[in-house]
Write a protein that binds this ligand. Sequence first.
Ligand code: TXA
Ligand code: MG
Length: 316
Amino acid sequence: MITDDIDFCVEKLKAEELVAFPTETVFGLGARADSAKAINKIFKTKSRPSSHPLISHTHDIHKALSVSKEVPQYALQLAEKFWPGPMTLVLHCDDDKQISSEARGGHDSVAVRVPSHPVAQELLSKCDFFVAAPSANRFGRVSPTKSQHVQEEFADELIVLDGGQSQVGVESTIISCLEDKPQILRTGKITKEEIETLTGLEVISEGVIKVAASGTLDNHYAPSIPVYLFDDESEIVLKHLDPAKCAVISLKETNLIFALENNPKDVNEYAHELYSFFREAEQQDCQAICVFPPPNIGIGVAVNERLQKASNTFKD
Ligand code: TXA
Ligand code: MG
């Protein structure tokens, strides 16, 4: 069921039930982080391996940082600048009570986030616990950016708090703050350049810290129909695709007639539209999704990373 009753959702969370809720990145599948019983429901509902740690959400920056006694100066800077917002910080966890081992996938670090979405803010401010939430999709599927997406994914079993379409449209930037320099574990709206400018530190490259992170699996973010990346329209014909049976997303209007066409006006709108467009193409039973990727600037880096992964399964 889809509801806009925030107090009802708070009661359900308190009672160790699951509630899907909107954030500015994507919708989350929430449960109280201090309850092993509630967290296990997330893993079961998503069919996600329980060793994959979850992000714990709260409304307040200081509460978020209170989980750790070892918050580096640069993490504080990042929190003050980008929270509330589309950023997740991985910190050493010193609060086993509030963040159960189950929410952390058994790790001794914790991922925390303060979302800015007004509905998420109100929901979280009424909870005296952290709400752990992965994206509200079945394991390996595209993240939902509308309440209807969540409902379609889990049918009527689940309570979904409404909140319009997620503004950013791709998942949060995850930054590990476990070393003396920040490390990006997953790209998002907050970019490497922004982190370096703010902190004056060089962001260390991927792959130094090894934690099971779902978004880092190669087949993640893939819709059920093939995704092909193109630079030029002529390549579509060469691939023997019939545009009339395909969907296309491109910053520029195309000359061919497609079953479904989306022309975002810039890279931010591209990110905002992408997952929703994937789902629409699936629903219309398109033969393939033809993608003209946006430039690799700003959130374009995160979009291109998702596009690479979405198209990986179908490379031939
Ligand atoms: O935008 C988002 O981040 C959304 C909204 C709902 O907040 N959440 C989200 O959650 O994308 P999820 O579970 O789909 O992706 C979170 C990622 C996973 O890849 C997980 O492995 C990683 O965060 N993660 C969580 N805790 C971690 C930790 N302690 N160390 C490293 N990675 C961690
Ligand atoms: Mg996810």
